[in-house]
Design a protein around this ligand. Sequence first.
Ligand SMILES: [Zn+2]
Length: 498
Amino acid sequence: MRKGTCFLFTACVILSAACATNPVTGKRQMSLLSEAEELAIGQQQDVEIRREMGVYDDPELQRYVTNIGLDLARTSHRPNLPWTFTVVDNAAINAFALPGGYIYLTRGILAYLDDESELAGVLGHEIGHVTARHAAQAYTRQAQANLALTVLSIFVPSTRPFAEVGAGGLGVLFLRHDRDAELEADRLGVEYGSAAGWDPSGVPRFLATLARVDALSERGVPNWLSTHPAPGARVGQAEPVAGKFASANATRINRDQYQERIDGLVFGDNPKDGVVRGNVFLHPMLRIGLEFPDGWDVTNSPDAVLAQEPGTEHYMVLQEVEQPRLRQGFGGQAPSVGAGGQGGRSIADAAVEAMRKAGYTVVDGRMERINGLEAHVGLYRGTAKGTGKVLMRAVHIAMGRQMYVVAGFAPEADFDRVDRDLQPSLKSFRQLSADEASRVRPNRIDFYVVRQGDSWQSIAARQGKGIVNAATLAIMNDREVNVQPQPGDRIKIVVDGV
Ligand SMILES: [Zn+2]
């Protein structure tokens, strides 16, 4: 039923496709999307992006980025779109656009920009993707490939690939623009930036920064997606364009204003969503901690923490159990186990019911105490999507009014071996003390004035406590790591939470 409906819908869209005029080139081109359709897709996907990534909580910074974005959009080929500009709470170094004029920057990219002309360059580039209808064209190709949801991601995903967002089953797929589209957006970024009064050399400068990040992550992250146009080549193309658009009316750089805005910006994981440090997951707001098996990949998503033994179908998951309606002990104490009590269920009953609902049958189960918390440890048999028949060891743990489930599963044939890794991990679930929770703080951007004898290496180690390395520190400051900063230079550094 559903498939048929989808097919008809797609077919109708293709039939109604018509030529539209490209606002940038003035040429007629085949386009599946009218402006109204672009807006509808943008609106729908915007909700998804905001829900999944979250909006970075700094209204002043949001206003600052929005004002610059609107100034640029007014000079663009589509000044009348309802443009919106949003800083999303994501550590990746990225910026992306949805059809209809929805532009996003991650807080991650802001840490790597040095001044306002670079910020204007990034925003102008994204505006260029929308005005040149690159997004609309890509949607066209996507529709033909029968994929419904697409978001266009343009920059280097760095250490935290955006693909993870899609991989989490969240229904948003990030694509890359082709080389021509990237170069056109770079050119438009220069054009819009200089028309609005910013130094157009901000475009090649931010591209140079991305090229350095790119070079660094190719060494450090082997599975990094390599199908994008290299930012290094784009620098050489954007520089002469920026030269052409240089003018006495386009000189705004505003380095101090920009740096003041990003003083204190969160860098890396945001603890309010829980942080992954190696194979350890800590959530200071929920006050929980868990250690996954050594060497497993751990991904924190809004709905669950997922871990996978690389190259296998062995998984672990940690999530909250919705509405366990546990029986409360006398005097409002923690829920108790056993028969009796009114208006609630034992942990064991709640655990087995939750697992049954998920399609699993009980093999065995017993009550245990895990790090002082009451828990039901069960072995279940069932079918996991994509993996087939599995055995699963699931621990349901009560903490106050909350109940968490931490489970590990593997194909039946592998389970005994995997279980040896799972058991200690499942039993590492614990409540964080208030003190320990308060010590999990985000790293932030701060500033430092270089003194005689300092080097990127010494500043990264001493002032930055090794949170980022010397090469990253240099890149964040628009420099090469082999060219040392000079005494008196005011540079960005990353410091641990305040
Ligand atoms: Zn782009």
